[in-house]
Design a protein around this ligand. Structure first.
Ligand code: 3PG
Length: 215
């Protein structure tokens, strides 16, 4: 499916099906394209590219161009300017590690499919005030992971969570059993050391295992 045509519900449906969202941190365009292609060919067709490196916006733009069948999202969105920039770079969606009133308002107005980060009930109430009912629980392992998602499901039954931060392939199947967990996100299938050494066969193997853990 071409990225440009995907609206929020198509993206959420894809995440509900794949259930594992790789998180890529790299500053090298060629390695990013190779990595995203490898992940997609091995069962992971959606990706979050973080804005944590100086060249990240170029990486994002070039991956979007080179991988039209991959759902390419942008992570580490911290400011309204980031929202504009990733939309111009062609990102299918944006993700933040947290939420602020300024960013939530800008995201709501931008029309970009957006998943704010939450660490608890107050963050979630702010997200819902701005219409965001699919959120990233971050850092998942430190704020309670699946137990937190389950507890928040009481007052907020309409919300779905992407658990991110400290997730491993081993824990993925059990996290995904919780009914309000949409998906998990993580960098374990594309770690910096394997990208730096162009170890695409190991990344392919880790992607297959991650995709399998999501089934
Ligand atoms: C993120 O950006 O969400 C996290 O860095 C991903 O967490 P992980 O590296 O622990 O998988």
């Amino acid at each position: 499916m071409a990225m440009m045509t995907m609206n929020k519900s198509a993206i959420v449906s894809q995440l509900a099906q794949v259930r594992v969202l790789p998180i890529l941190v790299t500053d090298d365009v060629d390695q990013a394209i190779r990595c995203v292609t490898t992940l997609a060919e091995n069962g992971l067709p959606a990706i979050e590219i973080t804005l944590r490196t100086p060249n990240a916006m170029t990486v994002l733009r070039e991956v979007v161009k080179a991988c039209p069948t991959v759902t390419v999202g942008a992570g580490t969105i911290l400011t309204p300017a980031h929202l504009d920039a990733v939309r111009n770079a062609g990102a299918a969606f944006g993700i933040s590690p947290g939420i602020t009133p300024t960013l939530a308002k800008a995201a709501q107005e931008s029309g970009l499919t957006y998943f704010p980060g939450v660490g608890g009930a107050s963050d979630l109430m702010l997200a819902l005030e701005h219409g965001f009912d699919v959120v990233k629980l971050f850092p998942s392992d430190l704020v309670g992971s699946v137990k937190m998602a389950k507890a928040l499901g009481g007052p907020f039954p309409q919300v779905k969570f992407c658990l991110t931060g400290g997730v491993t392939v081993e824990m993925t199947p059990s996290l995904l059993q919780q009914s309000n967990v949409l998906c998990v996100g993580g960098s374990w299938m594309c770690p910096a050391n394997l990208i730096a050494t162009n170890d695409w066969s190991t990344i392919a193997n880790l992607a297959r295992l991650a995709a399998q853990a999501g089934k």
